[in-house]
Design a protein around this ligand. Structure first.
Ligand SMILES: [Zn+2]
Length: 367
C-alpha cells in the first residue's frame, strides 16, 4: 500500500491510495457491500456509479457463505467477480450491534450464530485470518465498539480491551495485506487521545475513528472528529467509520479525514429517500405522482438520464424491485459525485466555500 498526499487545504487533503487491486482518490466514500454485493446492483451498475472501493463485512461472510467456499474461489474478489479494491470490516462492530446475543470474553466474543444457532467464538486472530482468506485490500483490527451512552469506567475498559485486541490483530497479520487500527474511547476526548497514542505505538498502516454514529448527538460526534481527526498520523490514510450524511462527511474532510463508509445512500434509497443538489426528496410523497423531471436534473447517473420521478414513484408503489435498483444507482452515484466535488474544491483551496453552500442546501433537513 502506498499513500500520497497531492493537495492540502488547511487540514483537508486530497490523496492517492494505491492498493493491490487499484487506486483510490481520497477523500473517498466506500460503497457498502456487506455480504459481497451492493444490494440490488450488479457489477456494471457499481462501476458506473464511480465507486473505486467497496466495503464488505468479514463477520457476515464468515457466517455465510463461510470461508471454505470463499477459499475455493481464492478470495472474495474472484467469488464476486469484482476486480477493484475491497476493505473488510473486522466484525468488531457486530459485537456492538448483536450485543444481546453475544458474550464478551477477554480473548474474544462468543456468538450464537443468527444463521444456524451454532456457538461461534471470534477472536482477533480469527478475525484477521478471515480477512486474509477474503483477500481484502485493507483489513480492520478486531475491536470493541463502546455503546452510547456509557460511563467513563465502562468506556475506559472497553477502550483498553480494543487496544489489547489491536496488538493481537497486528501480531496475527502474517500477510502483506495492510491493517488499520481503530481509535475508540467513546465520547471522552482524553480516552480517545490515549487510544490513539497506544495505537500509534503499535504502528498501523492507517487509522480509523470507530464508535461514532451509535446514537450520539451530531454535535458530540463533530466534537470528537474535530478533536481527533487532525491528530491522526499525517502520512497515513484516516478513516471515519459509519459516517454519514453529506454535512457530516464534509465536516470530517475539513478535519483531515480521507475515507468514509455508511449505509445511508443505499439503505435510504431503498426507502425512497433520495439525495439531490437541492436537498433530499422523498419519492413516496404525492407531489411526485405526475412529475416528469428526473430525480435530480443536475445528475448524470443512468437513472436520471432515463427515468422520471413519476415513473420511479409508480415502480416503488408497485413494490417493483426495479425501483430499488434505480434509486440505489442514483444515491450511490450522487455520493461519488459529491466526493469528486469535494476533491475539486480542495484542489482550488476553497473547501470552506463549498461547506457554506451545502449548509444552505441541507439546513432545513435537520441534518
Ligand atoms: Zn441521478
Amino acid at each position: 500500500m502506498k499513500f500520497e498526499i497531492t493537495n492540502e487545504n488547511n487540514n483537508a487533503r486530497n490523496g492517492k491510495l494505491s492498493l493491490e487491486h487499484g487506486n483510490v482518490d481520497t477523500p473517498s466514500f466506500m460503497t457498502i457491500g456487506t455480504y459481497g454485493s451492493v444490494k440490488t446492483l450488479d457489477l456494471n451498475d457499481i462501476t458506473n456509479t464511480g465507486s473505486q472501493i467497496i466495503l464488505c463485512n468479514a463477520f457476515h461472510l464468515l457466517l455465510r457463505p463461510g470461508l471454505e467456499i470463499i477459499e475455493k474461489f481464492d478470495g472474495l474478489h474472484n467469488f464476486m467477480n469484482w476486480s477493484k479494491p475491497i476493505l473488510t470490516d473486522s466484525g468488531g462492530y457486530q459485537v456492538f450491534s448483536l450485543a444481546k446475543i453475544n458474550k464478551l470474553k477477554n480473548d474474544g466474543v462468543e456468538f450464537i450464530s443468527p444463521v444456524d444457532g451454532n456457538k461461534i467464538l471470534i477472536t482477533p486472530e480469527k478475525s484477521i485470518e478471515t480477512q486474509i482468506i477474503l483477500g481484502s485490500d485493507i483489513m480492520m483490527c478486531f475491536d470493541d465498539c463502546t455503546p452510547y451512552p456509557s460511563n467513563r469506567d465502562d468506556t475506559q475498559s472497553s477502550m483498553e480491551l480494543s487496544i489489547r485486541w489491536a496488538e493481537l490483530s497486528k501480531k496475527a497479520n502474517r500477510s502483506a495485506q495492510p491493517l488499520f487500527g481503530i481509535v475508540q474511547g467513546g465520547m471522552f476526548p482524553d480516552l480517545r487521545e490515549k487510544s490513539l497514542s497506544e495505537l500509534t505505538n503499535i504502528d498501523f498502516d492507517g487509522y480509523a475513528i470507530g464508535g461514532l454514529s451509535v446514537g450520539e448527538p451530531k454535535e458530540v460526534r463533530n466534537e470528537i472528529v474535530s478533536h481527533i481527526g487532525p491528530n491522526l498520523p499525517i502520512d497515513k490514510p484516516r478513516y471515519l467509520m459509519g459516517v454519514g450524511k453529506p454535512l457530516d462527511i464534509i465536516h470530517a474532510v475539513r478535519n483531515g479525514i480521507d475515507l468514509f463508509d455508511c449505509v445511508i445512500p443505499t439503505r435510504n434509497a431503498r426507502n425512497g429517500q433520495l439525495f439531490t443538489h437541492h436537498g433530499i426528496i422523498r419519492i413516496r410523497n404525492n407531489q411526485y405522482i405526475d412529475d416528469k423531471k428526473p430525480i435530480d436534473s443536475e445528475c448524470r447517473c443512468y437513472t436520471c438520464l432515463n427515468y422520471s420521478r413519476a415513473y420511479i414513484r409508480h415502480l416503488d408503489r408497485c413494490n417493483d424491485i426495479l425501483a430499488a435498483r434505480l434509486m440505489t444507482i442514483h444515491n450511490v452515484y450522487f455520493y461519488q459525485d459529491f466526493m469528486n466535488t469535494i476533491r475539486e474544491y480542495i484542489k482550488i483551496n476553497k473547501l470552506d466555500d463549498y461547506i457554506e453552500l451545502l449548509e444552505n442546501i441541507y439546513s432545513y433537513e435537520g441534518d
